[in-house]
Design a protein around this ligand. Structure first.
Ligand code: HEC
Length: 144
């Protein structure tokens, strides 16, 4: 019986020791910082600097200047429209574009902005303005 009792006591002691160790770890500045950090990441303006610069026309001081069709195409559309990925009509391929072109420019622009079948809204370009999407559509239409 006393062996069992000693074993039990040893177990309790070990458990409370590890509990103390846990409590001590738990109060370290790192642990507290980890526990109290905000959920999700917060972007500071500095984090977005490169991104915002990319969004502005590279050769202009005007922050709101729309990117050219070629710039938008290269950044946001070429992944699919350069290769035909997801069934996208390839830029410059008149045959593939024929059935699209006949819908008229306004419809194509509307579909590029709002999305159409496997064509994601704005080509999934979150920071592309309507004007920039229009420029990109014109850029592709000019090629056919
Ligand atoms: C994820 C791939 C993908 C990306 C990125 C993408 N497209 Fe598309 N796009 C498609 C597919 C697929 C279609 C064919 C949709 C159909 O006709 O069913 C399409 C069709 C179109 C059409 C014809 C729509 C119509 O009504 O026939 C236009 C215009 C267009 N895309 C413009 C753009 C522009 C501009 C961008 C970049 C800002 C872009 N796309 C980026 C996949 C993509």
């Amino acid at each position: 019986m006393s062996l069992l009792r000693n074993l039990l006591l040893a177990g309790v002691a070990a458990a409370s020791l590890s509990g103390m160790a846990y409590a001590a770890n738990n109060m370290s500045p790192e642990a507290i910082a980890e526990r109290t950090k905000p959920i999700g990441s917060v972007y500071r303006a500095a984090d977005l600097e490169g991104f915002v610069e990319t969004a502005a026309a590279s050769d202009s001081d005007e922050p709101a200047a729309a990117r050219s069709g070629e710039e938008v195409y290269t950044a946001a559309c070429s992944a699919c429209h350069g290769s035909g990925a997801a069934g996208a009509p390839i830029k410059g391929n008149a045959e593939q574009w024929a059935s699209h072109v006949e819908k008229g420019r306004d419809t194509l622009i509307k579909h590029a902005i709002e999305g159409f079948n496997a064509m994601p809204p704005r080509g999934a370009c979150g920071n592309c303005s309507d004007e920039e999407i229009t420029n990109a559509v014109d850029y592709m239409l000019d090629a056919v």
